[in-house]
Design a binder for this molecule. Sequence first.
Ligand SMILES: *Cc1c(COP(=O)(O)O)cnc(C)c1O
Length: 369
Amino acid sequence: MSKAKETVLEIDLGALAHNYAYLKAKLKPDTKFMGVVKAFAYGSDSVAIAKKLQDLGVDYLAVAYVKEGVVLRKAGITVPILVLHPLPASFKKLIKHDLEPSIYSEKILLDFLRAAEEQGLGNYPVHLKFNTGLNRLGFREDEVEHVCNLVKGRKEIRVESVFSHLAASEDLNEAFFTKSQIAAYERITGMLDKGLGSKPLRHLLNTSGIINYPMAQYDMVRSGIGLYGYGNEAAIDKELRPVARLKTIISQINRIPAGETVGYNRKFTSQGPIVSATLPVGHADGIGRPYGKGKGYVVINEKRAYILGNVCMDMIMVDVTDIDCKAGDEVIVFGGESSAETLANHAGTISYELLTGISQRVKRVVLDE
Ligand SMILES: *Cc1c(COP(=O)(O)O)cnc(C)c1O
C-alpha cells in the first residue's frame, strides 16, 4: 500500500482471494461459483478481477452486457461467461466471443434462435431466466411448457442452466416472500427437467442468498458484492475485506474566518473560525451531490472530515478544524477501515451504488500480495 499522490482506486486482489475463500467455505464442496463482474467488477477493474478469479478457480463469470464480456475475452479470460441482460442487437458479437446469453423472454429466445441458425451454431449453451417475484427479467412460471416446446428439438442450442433471482435475500423480514420464490423456483425447475428431458444447472442465490438461504444453493451461486468485501450486514462485513480503496490527497488547506461561506451556492457558513482542506475528487469522480452538506466524509489521519457545502465537479472541501494535517497528506475516501457501505448510508444509498459510480477518470492501481 503506497502513499497516494493523486486520486486513485486501489484494487486489493489479496482481499478478493480472502472473500472468495470465505464465500466458498459457506458452500458445499461441489457447488459451483459464478463471480459477478458486471459494471467494471462493481466499479473496480473487471480484467484484473476476472483474471484473479480465474486463477482462483472460479467456475463461471457473469456480466450484464455483451460489451463487458468482450473486454474480458480480449484480455484472455477463458472461463465461461454468462451475459445476464443481452440485447438482440449484440447477439452476433456475443456468439463471436463465446459468451453465453441469458434468455429471459419469448422474443429473446426467438431472436437468439434466429441468430444461432444464421451463424450455423450447434449445441450453443444458453441460460433460461425465470421471474419468481422480482418482476424484472424472466419468463413466468406459466410459460414453462411453452418454453420447453420452443426449445425442444432445436439443435442450435442447449439449455446449460435455469436460474432466477431473489428480490430481498438480504432482508430477513422478507423471509416468507423469499421462501415463496424458492418454492416457485423448485416447481419451475422440476417441470423444466421433465419437459426438456435433461437436467440443466440450477442457480438462484446472490451474495446475501448464500449467507441467509444456503439450503437453496443448488448447483451454483452467483456472487458479486461479497467478493468485493460487502455483505449487506455488519456481522458479515466484519469477515470480509474491501477490495476497492479510494484514496486521494489534500491539495490545499484554507483557514476560514467566522461568517464566511464555502463552495458553490454558499451552502456552508462558518459559525467560528475553521480550517478546510480542498481535495481533488468530486461528483465527476463518483462522489455525488448527496454526499455534500455534511452528510459524507473522508478519513484523514484516522479522523473523519465531513464535506463542507456542495460537492463540486472536480473537488470537495472538508472540515479539518480538529485534524492535524497539511497539503499533500493522504486521504481515505473509503476502503480499509472506512466502509463504503457506511459512507453510502450517510448519503441515503448503498455500497453497490457508491462502488459502481467511481468514474473511469479515477486511476486504478492493482495490488496483488
Ligand atoms: C448483480 C446480480 C447478482 C449479484 O448480486 P450480489 O448481491 O452483488 O451478490 C446475481 N445475480 C443477478 C441476476 C444479478 O443481476
